[in-house]
Write a protein that binds this ligand. Structure first.
Ligand code: NDP
Ligand code: MG
Length: 400
């Protein structure tokens, strides 16, 4: 049963051409009376942006550079009213514009940090898919959320599930005596859950990108195969929910039916379940605290395989354990890990290094970290740059 809609929500989608962006537009298109697209951004897929412009009529589109802006212009009808802009400042502008209520942060990687922060500082409702923002700058990011009274709703399916399983007062950063004992972060284990560590040496890009349960962008698919994704999510959970590392447990659950759980002191465990389709957390976050149709098929329990659970193994998934270690070391280590991993994954996708080299690059960069304090976004960005250069250097030595 659907409630009568309130005012129309205006939305900017950062990264509208990607997997999350596409799912977001799909949910929005099912509820034209509730949502209006204000602005979108894309990077390399200009034809897709032109198609989005024709279907959703945004006021503004942001691309990477002037050349792309001119090309996009040529793909649109001559009489188009849409404003086409380019560059990082333009991304920050569409994330913080007065006419925007909600910002979907779905650019992949560190490129998402500044526009997402711009949305936070403008006090928007921010739907956060870009986990890298929190891995790079968790403390400063959450501080900005509080200072600017932004509403932050996680899109990452695990964190959205935990958000749904927590009491309401906890969700808004006031844990009080909520009785929470542990956050149980589920992981599918990816395509190599049963592979032997030595078999991982020779896996191909298409094997690494073939996730058994979720259809996602290339970078997060490789991260899922190495379980670095779960490591990044461990750090993301720590900042989002204000808990320490000992309160988060990673549980491999190959069926991806349970999207994560909260364990309470009295022995209760609350799980959020559903078919693995990102339109569920997206619809939840868009409509929160209401519920709307997402287009996802209802979960059919009679067609479910048994639900099973395993402990992650360090010899198979060293990246996960490296991320948990970096989380305990602090912000400089997690920023370094994120930077190294982005460079290493790109090198793997370009077939410059082996799948198992991703860990070698990440470990060498994390191990090289001194215990420094990063107390501003500028400091984080310059540390990110230094660590990217370091990772490139390590790659020249491990290159196949
Ligand atoms: P995709 O690779 O499918 O999409 C990424 C988006 O970012 C695209 O719109 C892309 O543009 C744009 N983009 C890429 N590089 C840049 C750049 N340098 N500057 C500006 N924009 C850029 O990724 P996903 O949608 O899979 O993931 C997006 C984020 O959501 C990631 O942080 C990921 O970890 C997170 N996430 C994704 C999930 C999923 O199911 N896909 C689940 C949970 C979290 P273009 O395509 O035009 O080049
Ligand atoms: Mg996830």
């Amino acid at each position: 049963m659907q409630q009568a809609s309130q005012n129309v929500q205006t939305i900017t989608i950062l990264g509208a051409t990607g997997s999350i962006g596409t799912s977001t537009l799909d949910v929005i298109s099912q509820h034209p009376e509730r949502y209006r697209v204000y602005a979108v951004s894309g990077h390399s897929q200009l034809q897709k942006l032109a198609d989005i412009a024709l279907k959703f009529a945004p006021k503004c589109i942001v691309v990477n550079n002037q050349q792309d802006a001119a090309q996009l212009h040529s793909l649109l009808p001559k009489n188009t009213q849409v404003q086409i802009r380019h560059g990082v400042d333009a991304l920050a502008d569409i994330a913080s514009a007065k006419g925007v209520d909600t910002v979907m942060s779905s650019i992949v990687g560190a490129a998402g940090l500044l526009p997402t922060l711009a949305a936070v500082k403008a006090g928007k409702k921010v739907l956060l898919a870009n986990k890298e923002s929190l891995v790079m700058s968790g403390q400063l990011f959450m501080q900005a959320v509080r200072e600017h009274n932004a509403t932050l709703i996680p899109i990452d399916s695990e964190h959205n599930a935990i958000f749904q399983c927590l009491p309401l007062n906890y969700q808004y950063g006031k844990p009080g005596d909520s009785g929470v004992s542990h956050l149980l972060l589920t992981a599918s284990g990816g395509p190599f859950r049963e592979s032997l560590p030595q078999e991982l040496e020779s896996v191909t890009v298409s094997q690494a990108c073939a996730h058994p349960n979720w259809d996602m962008g290339q970078k997060i698919s490789v991260d899922s195969a190495s379980m670095m994704n779960k490591g990044l999510e461990f750090i993301e959970a720590k900042w989002l929910f204000g808990v320490d590392e000992d309160s988060i447990q990673v549980v491999i659950h190959p069926q991806s039916t349970i999207h994560s759980m909260v364990q309470y002191k009295d022995g209760s465990v609350i799980a959020q379940m559903g078919n693995p389709d990102m339109r569920t957390p997206i619809a939840h976050a868009l409509a929160f605290p209401e519920r709307i149709n997402s287009g996802v098929e209802p979960l059919n329990f009679f067609e479910q395989a048994n639900l099973s659970f395993e402990k992650p193994r360090e010899d198979r998934f060293p990246n996960l354990f490296l991320a948990m270690q970096a989380s305990r070391i602090g912000q400089a280590a997690t920023t370094a890990l994120n930077a190294a991993n982005e460079i290493a994954v790109a090198a793997f996708l370009n077939e410059q290094i082996r799948f198992t080299d991703i860990y070698k690059v990440n470990k060498q960069v994390v191990d090289a970290q001194a215990n420094i304090t990063l107390d501003s976004i500028d400091a984080i960005l310059s540390h990110d740059k230094v660590c990217r250069d370091m990772a490139e250097d390590v790659i020249t030595r491990v290159r196949r």
